[in-house]
Design a protein around this ligand. Structure first.
Ligand code: G4P
Length: 529
């Protein structure tokens, strides 16, 4: 197959949702359609079970599973589908944000009873800002939930989206009869039997015909006619360009658990979802069909075996082909590297591959050369951007609890930060190290991993920080800037990239500082120019 055809047949996406909305279940059903797995239950949930915050075995189990499910690939109707896993737990939200830099589109799963939940709001906001095309899947229609129109309103209002339903439910919960597929103009009747109902698609060419009444009963038929009329009147007609530009989000209804409405979603997805898209680098826009390979690291996973400290760096291929044993430039280190065993992912297996195409993810064994955001090329100086750090929510001093192991401790901290587990800040005043995280769970993960993988012990000390604010560097030092640095020295730190950060201890003090030093610009993410 030609290079261009290979690009055109790839769809790389992520599924995002609030925990429990049905992401794992939907992923599994998609894999079943792709023939990538044979039975339900094969995809392990990577979520951390409730109440397991201090259960380290649970954290390790979760890490093991998340290697296996980092990328799930399958073929469907000649299309190569790559699903990138995104952790739903809020403490790992930053992982999800980074993975979103490697997807070309997303599917948002919403629970019909719970509606739009907190984590969905945060993740969709990131996708909206980046104009990532989104399809919404409203799940669990076999249960009682909110009215479909109310839900569509909620999605528009809370998520700031502009939706158009491409399918519509007939009844719900106990009365759930099936789904009218607006996209394909047919009805899929729900029998409650997940093995049977896949085939039961009935084409409906004329909604006003009596056949519809016979099929689903007069009352349901009239309700459906009314609802579809309302849909047509209220929502814009589906337009692929609007969807691809992030301006319109099609909505599907279904029940992942019952494998209902999933085939319709998948059929539409492979038809409309974007093929690998061009990506902006600091230097220029890179197109997938360029001959020369470029790619970037969006995730690093430590080896589960503490005796081998090698890691797996996940690279998204942006342009050209990635070939085994070919030398590539590691741009940040300015070093040529060859990879003899790049891994590709197929369902839950990984295997060594000779060649991979744009949209694909390869896993490279790494002994500590890679950081999140690193770029590989055939020689061109290109730096992909768009993997910013957000201000952490929690801050703690990290102390060395075993003076004989300080080298191990610093090496461990360094590598865990490269993996993106948390952020490190070093106080300007005394060099003390502060770990900033999105959730409290990360502190336990770090402590556990430092001990088990690096043989180092640490303790934490609370620190009152409201927000980390990155300070715009000054080329010419103004008096105001000098005064700011002098007066606020106690609150200033450097991040791992040596950027100056102001650790404001309260919203009030941040506001006062901004007022007092109006010429200094503060940013709430690490990437601002
Ligand atoms: P997540 O990855 O988004 O966190 O959600 P997951 O797929 O694990 O689903 C969360 C729970 O919702 C699971 O039940 C799952 O079986 C259920 N579920 C998913 N889709 C549907 C659906 O369409 N209808 C109904 N009724 N339930 C659905 P659980 O009891 O928490 O887990 P399990 O014991 O079944 O694994």
């Amino acid at each position: 197959m030609s290079f261009l055809k290979e690009i055109q047949r790839r769809r790389t996406f992520g599924i995002i949702s609030h925990p429990d909305a049905g992401k794992t279940t939907l992923t599994e059903k998609l894999l079943l359609f792709g023939g990538a797995i044979q039975e339900a239950g094969a995809v392990k949930s990577n979520k951390i079970k409730k109440g397991a915050t201090s259960d380290f075995m649970e954290i390790e189990r979760q890490r093991g599973i998340s290697v296996a499910t980092s990328v799930l690939a399958f073929e469907y109707n000649g299309i190569k589908v790559n699903i990138l896993d995104t952790p739903g737990h809020k403490d790992f939200a930053e992982d999800t944000f980074r993975t979103l830099t490697a997807v070309d589109s997303v599917i948002v799963v919403i629970d019909v009873a719970k509606g739009v939940e907190e984590q969905t709001e945060k993740l969709v906001e990131v996708c909206r800002m980046r104009k990532i095309p989104m399809i919404v899947f409203i799940n669990k229609l076999d249960r009682e939930g909110k009215d479909a129109f109310d839900l569509l309103d909620e999605v528009e209002q809370k998520l700031g989206l502009s939706v158009t339903p491409l399918s519509f439910p007939i009844g719900m919960g106990y009365d759930f009869k099936g789904i009218y597929n607006i996209w394909e103009k047919n009805i899929n009747l729900f029998s409650g039997d997940s093995r049977k109902n896949i085939e039961e698609t009935i084409h409906v060419s004329d909604l006003s015909s009596d056949d519809l009444d016979t099929l689903i009963g007069e009352q349901s038929a009239n309700e459906l006619r009314d609802n579809l009329e309302l849909v047509e009147g209220v929502y814009p007609e589906f337009n692929k360009d609007d969807y691809l530009n992030g301006n319109l989000q099609p909505v599907f209804f279904g029940s992942a658990l019952n494998n209902f409405g999933v085939r319709e979603l998948l059929d539409c997805f492979v038809e409309i979802a974007p093929k690998p898209r061009p990506k902006e680098s600091e230097e220029r826009l890179i197109k997938p069909d360029e001959n020369k390979f470029t790619g970037f690291v969006f995730k690093i996973h430590a080896n589960m075996d503490p005796n081998h400290r090698d890691r797996l760096a996940f690279i998204k291929i942006v342009s050209g082909t990635f070939e085994r044993n070919k030398p590539y430039l590691h741009v940040r280190n300015n070093k040529k590297m060859k990879f003899s065993s790049p891994n590709a992912f197929f369902a839950e297996k990984k295997q060594i591959v000779d060649i991979s195409y744009p949209g694909d993810i390869v896993g490279l064994h790494d002994t500590g050369n890679f950081k999140i955001g690193d770029t590989l090329t055939e020689g061109e100086q290109i730096n992909y951007r768009g993997i910013p750090s957000f201000s952490p929510e929690h801050f703690r001093y990290i102390n060395n609890a075993d003076p004989l192991k300080s080298k191990q401790l610093y090496k461990g901290i360094d590598q865990l930060m490269d993996e993106g587990v948390a952020q490190l800040f070093t106080l300007e005043l005394n060099g003390r190290k502060i770990i900033g995280t999105v959730g409290a769970l990360q502190y336990e993960v770090i402590q556990y991993r430092l001990e088990h993988e690096y043989g180092a012990k640490c303790t934490y000390e609370n620190l009152n920080v409201f927000k980390a604010c990155w300070v715009d560097p000054e080329e010419v030092l103004t008096d105001e800037y000098k005064e700011f640095v002098r007066v606020k020295q106690r609150f200033l730190a450097k991040d791992k990239q040596n950027q100056l950060v102001f650790l404001a201890d309260s919203a009030f003090s941040l506001q006062m500082t901004q007022q007092k030093y109006p010429s200094i610009k503060f940013h709430f993410t690490s990437e601002f120019n």
